[in-house]
Design a protein around this ligand. Structure first.
Ligand code: NG1
Length: 397
């Protein structure tokens, strides 16, 4: 737990002059392997991290919702009776909460007006899913306030539709919200993005740590390149189906062996894009096996192969991410490292020996600073549990 809930309760009391009655929290995430695979219908393998969003609530004294963000030192009031987009906030942060409320209303679940305080420490715009954490936390909190349970999969889908809705407007895959709901202590999850079945993958904190290193680069280029890669994958699939005479729905349904047979018709660029997707899918399957038997050397090599494939075949890395990758190859205690998320900035993730993880983070940051004259922030995290809620003074989280 990274947010100090005692302090957050004090802030709530100061702001609303009464104690909170319900609480919820939801984590951000890092994807260990399976990059640019969710929209290609394959396996991803994220873990929830020890950075989170926490919210506390009590009934509102009037007919309005009262939100307060500790991070922005800013409040926002609205009437939830007839939510409409004209109520969108210029500040941005309240819109995620309104989007969730709207999705609940659309499913016939009415939430009475509440006073809500929000605090989070998931870095934003870093590819660690701060928005999914806000959405999942809000949905979990609101449902707890009316003692309504939803199955985890439905909760994740509801939070995803909030992100897709015009309140937010990002057409994301399901990975982020799903892991924020279902995260498991000491485990990553291998998620099948086609049917949402999943299996836990051991990330025993006594044996291995996750080190996240920010590349110091924002992700301005990310959106256009992301859409371009998606359409290149669609084109590659069409051509593969033409040359094989098959009518598969996703690139990942071609095995690496089939791909070698049918790739002849593909122009070089599309062939490389497809090769990344098909080989990455195979790496996820192997990663699950080697992690579950504690073979971190093998797991690290798969991370490295994933980075090379994203850099050379999918072309979504950048000099800063490549620099982190290169540095990590010569640091003791690192099993393997790669860029994570969509690319063009954001973060890299390394698997490291837990006893050396803090030193590893420091050394990578130090070497990077020598070369690129900027020091990246880093964090060391175990694989954490997903969202939860509690009643204040009864079941603490
Ligand atoms: P990041 O870069 O972590 O926001 C994005 C997509 C994921 C997935 C990865 C690439 C959004 C919100 N998320 O993740 O669904 O496609 O890229 O594996 O666009």
């Amino acid at each position: 737990m990274s947010i100090d809930l005692g302090h957050l309760e004090d802030c709530f009391q100061q702001k609303f002059h009464q104690p909170p009655r319900w609480g919820a929290r939801a984590p951000g995430r890092v994807n260990l392997i399976g990059e640019h695979i969710d929209y290609n219908g394959g396996f991803v393998l994220p873990a929830a991290i020890n950075r989170e969003v926490a919210m506390l609530a009590s009934p509102s004294p009037d007919h309005e919702f009262h939100l307060y963000s500790v991070n922005y030192s800013e409040g926002f009031r609205f009437s939830s009776g007839d939510l409409n987009l004209s109520q969108r906030s210029q500040s941005g942060w309240p819109n995620y909460v309104l989007a969730v409320l709207d999705q609940l209303h659309k499913r016939g679940i009415r939430i009475p007006p509440l006073q809500v305080i929000i605090e989070g420490d998931v870095p934003s715009a870093a590819g660690l899913s701060s928005s999914a954490a806000v959405e999942v936390c809000a949905a979990t909190l609101f449902l707890a306030c009316i003692e309504h349970e939803l199955p985890g999969e439905q909760l994740a889908l509801l939070a995803q539709s909030a992100e897709h809705s015009p309140w937010v407007g990002v057409q994301c895959g399901i990975m982020d919200q799903f892991i924020s709901v279902h995260g498991l202590e000491g485990h990553a999850l291998k998620i099948d993005c086609r049917d949402l079945s999943y299996s836990p993958v051991q990330v025993d904190p006594r044996l291995v740590s996750l080190v996240v290193i920010h590349s110091t680069v924002g992700r301005e280029l990310m959106k256009s390149a992301y859409n371009q890669r998606r359409s290149e994958c669609e084109q590659a699939l069409t051509l593969l189906n033409q040359s094989s005479g098959l009518s598969r729905n996703y690139l990942v349904q071609y095995s690496p062996e089939e791909f070698e047979i049918y790739r002849q018709n593909l122009p070089g660029l599309l062939s490389r894009r497809a090769r990344h997707v098909i080989s990455e899918q195979a790496r996820v399957v192997e990663f699950e096996q080697v992690m579950n038997r504690g073979d971190f050397q093998a797991a690290g090599q798969l991370l490295q192969a994933s980075h090379a494939s994203l850099r050379d075949d999918y072309e979504v890395s950048c000099p800063e991410l490549d620099c982190i990758y290169e540095i990590s190859l010569n640091i003791d205690g690192v099993y393997g490292c790669r860029m994570t998320g969509a690319g063009f900035g954001g973060c890299a993730v390394a698997l490291a020996d837990p006893e050396q993880a803090e030193t590893v983070a420091d050394r990578i940051a130090g070497e990077f600073e020598k070369i690129r004259k900027m020091r990246p922030w880093t964090m060391v995290t175990p694989a954490c549990r997903g969202a939860c809620h509690w009643k204040i003074d009864s079941n603490s989280p």
